[in-house]
Design a protein around this ligand. Structure first.
Ligand SMILES: [Fe+2]
Length: 195
C-alpha cells in the first residue's frame, strides 16, 4: 500500500515564531502523517461487516488526519525559504487586488478571519470552477474545507502553533509574525498550480 510521506521543510530563523515552537509543531505534523497511514493500514485489515462501528469511526477520523497532514504542509512550506514579499508583477497580486482592492485590504480581512474564536485554520482557496478566491474558517483540521477548491494560503490557528511564544490573549501578534515570515513565492506557486 502506498504510504503518505512526511515532508521536510527548509525553515530558517523566523521573526516572532521561535525555533522551539516550530520544532514542537513539526512533531504534531509528523503525528498526522503517522495517523493517516495508520488508519489506511487498519482499514485494510478490518472486516467492514463484523467491525462496522470501528470501520465507520475510522472513515470519520480519516479526514481529520489527512487534512491535518495536508494543511500543515501548506503552512510549513509557506514559512520555508525565507520571507519574500508578494511580487509586484505577479498574477497573484493582480488577482487579489482585483478582489480586495489592495493587498493591504486583503491582509486586514484575512487577519480578521484568523482571529475567529476557536481552534482551526484561516484559509484562502482558489475555486477553479468559478475562477475566484474564497476564504473560509476550518474548524479543527477538516470541518469547513471547501470541496474542489485548492488551498492557496493557510494559517494554523490552533494554540499549539504559538503556545511557546504568545499567550492566547495575544494571538494577534502571532498572526502578524506569520505574515512577516511568509514566503509569498510559495503562495504564488500554489496559485499557479491551482489554475
Ligand atoms: Fe498545527
Amino acid at each position: 500500500m502506498q504510504k503518505f510521506e512526511e515532508q521536510k521543510f527548509n525553515i530558517g530563523e523566523l521573526k516572532g515564531i521561535s525555533a522551539k515552537n516550530i520544532e514542537e509543531h513539526l512533531k504534531l505534523y509528523a503525528g498526522y502523517v503517522k495517523n493517516a497511514n495508520l488508519i489506511m493500514e487498519k482499514m485494510a485489515t478490518l472486516d467492514s461487516e463484523k467491525d462496522a462501528y470501528i470501520v465507520g469511526e475510522m472513515f470519520r477520523r480519516f479526514s481529520f488526519e489527512y487534512n491535518g497532514m495536508r494543511n500543515h504542509e501548506i503552512y510549513f512550506s509557506s514559512l520555508s525559504g525565507g520571507a519574500k514579499p508578494v511580487a509586484e508583477d505577479s498574477e497573484l497580486k493582480k488577482a487579489l487586488e482585483g478582489l480586495f482592492g489592495s493587498i493591504e485590504v486583503f491582509l486586514r480581512e484575512f487577519k480578521n478571519l484568523a482571529l475567529t474564536r476557536g481552534v482551526g485554520w484561516a484559509m484562502l482557496w482558489f475555486d477553479n470552477k468559478d475562477k475566484r478566491f474564497l476564504a473560509s474558517w476550518v474548524d479543527e483540521q477538516h470541518l469547513g474545507q471547501l470541496q474542489g477548491c485548492a488551498p492557496i494560503l493557510a494559517i494554523d490557528m490552533w494554540e499549539h502553533a504559538y503556545v511557546y511564544d504568545y499567550p492566547t490573549s495575544e494571538k494577534k501578534k502571532y498572526i502578524d509574525a506569520f505574515f512577516e515570515n511568509l514566503n509569498w513565492e510559495k503562495v504564488e506557486e500554489n496559485f499557479k498550480q491551482a489554475q
